[in-house]
Design a binder for this molecule. Structure first.
Ligand SMILES: Nc1ncnc2c1ncn2[C@@H]1O[C@H](COP(=O)(O)OP(=O)(O)OP(=O)(O)O)[C@@H](O)[C@H]1O
Ligand SMILES: O=C(O)c1ccc[n+]([C@@H]2O[C@H](COP(=O)([O-])O)[C@@H](O)[C@H]2O)c1
Length: 194
């Protein structure tokens, strides 16, 4: 499962857990993006912080691991490179890439979109506020999966921290503590003056 994970939240974790169980996956590899080029219009937190929050959030699940392939590669992050690197590391594995409905809808705009479907199958999961559709995508390589709806986004978590509101129970406890310890998403002056 690839994502910016700024920060990782329970929507990501529920989706990953549900897909792992339903598709009987041996392992779910969380891959924090290095430089998400489709989010170039906004500031993204330091890759090491996003990686460490992902490690903290997934540590207790024996089927969850975290990969550094995207954060250790220079330049913009493309899933085609992610899948090539994972294929090299796990030559025997059958790869599935888990994405939310919003990301799945954009996939034809990703780099080398056609080749993506040769390297992995894609599992699109429901996400509140987005319609899950495989229109225009190869039906034999794309699976749609309903998962329990968690109306949580990283944007909302960042905004809540910035506004001094709690993110307890939206993200794992260790991630709340990591955010506090490293003062991520700190209150901006314009907001603090309200
Ligand atoms: N609540 C959710 N339910 C299901 N899938 C989700 C949910 N939140 C995110 N995803 C999916 O997880 C992947 C990684 O998401 P990402 O790290 O961009 O989180 P986000 O909450 O969408 O972030 P942001 O609000 O910063 O854009 C994407 O494929 C996204 O569609
Ligand atoms: O390969 C691409 O061109 C591409 C473009 C946009 C997003 N992605 C990947 O899609 C995943 C979800 O991205 P995001 O930005 O919604 O967190 C993440 O693994 C990204 O690297 C990939």
């Amino acid at each position: 499962m690839g994502g910016t994970f700024d920060p990782i939240h329970h929507g990501h974790l529920v989706a990953a857990s549900e897909v792992q169980s339903l598709f009987e996956l041996d392992e779910v590899v969380f891959v924090p993006t290095g430089q998400p080029w489709q989010k170039a219009d906004r500031q993204v937190s330091n890759a090491e912080d996003r990686y460490l929050m992902t490690v903290v959030a997934t540590a207790s699940n024996p089927r969850f691991t975290v990969s550094r392939v995207d954060i250790d590669r220079d330049g913009p992050t493309y899933t085609i490179d992610t899948l090539r690197d994972l294929r090299t590391q796990h030559p025997e594995a059958e790869l599935f890439f888990i994405t939310g409905a919003d990301a799945l809808a954009q996939i034809l705009s990703w780099k080398d979109a056609e080749e993506l479907f040769e390297l992995a199958q894609f599992i699109g999961v429901t996400r509140p506020g987005y319609v899950l559709t495989e229109d225009g995508l190869p039906a034999d390589r794309v699976h749609l999966q309903e998962v329990p709806a968690m109306a949580i986004s990283s944007t909302d978590c960042r905004d809540r921290v910035g506004d001094g509101e709690p993110v307890w129970y939206l993200v794992p406890d260790g991630v709340v503590q990591y955010i506090n310890k490293h003062q991520l998403y700190a209150v901006e002056e314009s907001r603090a003056s309200h």
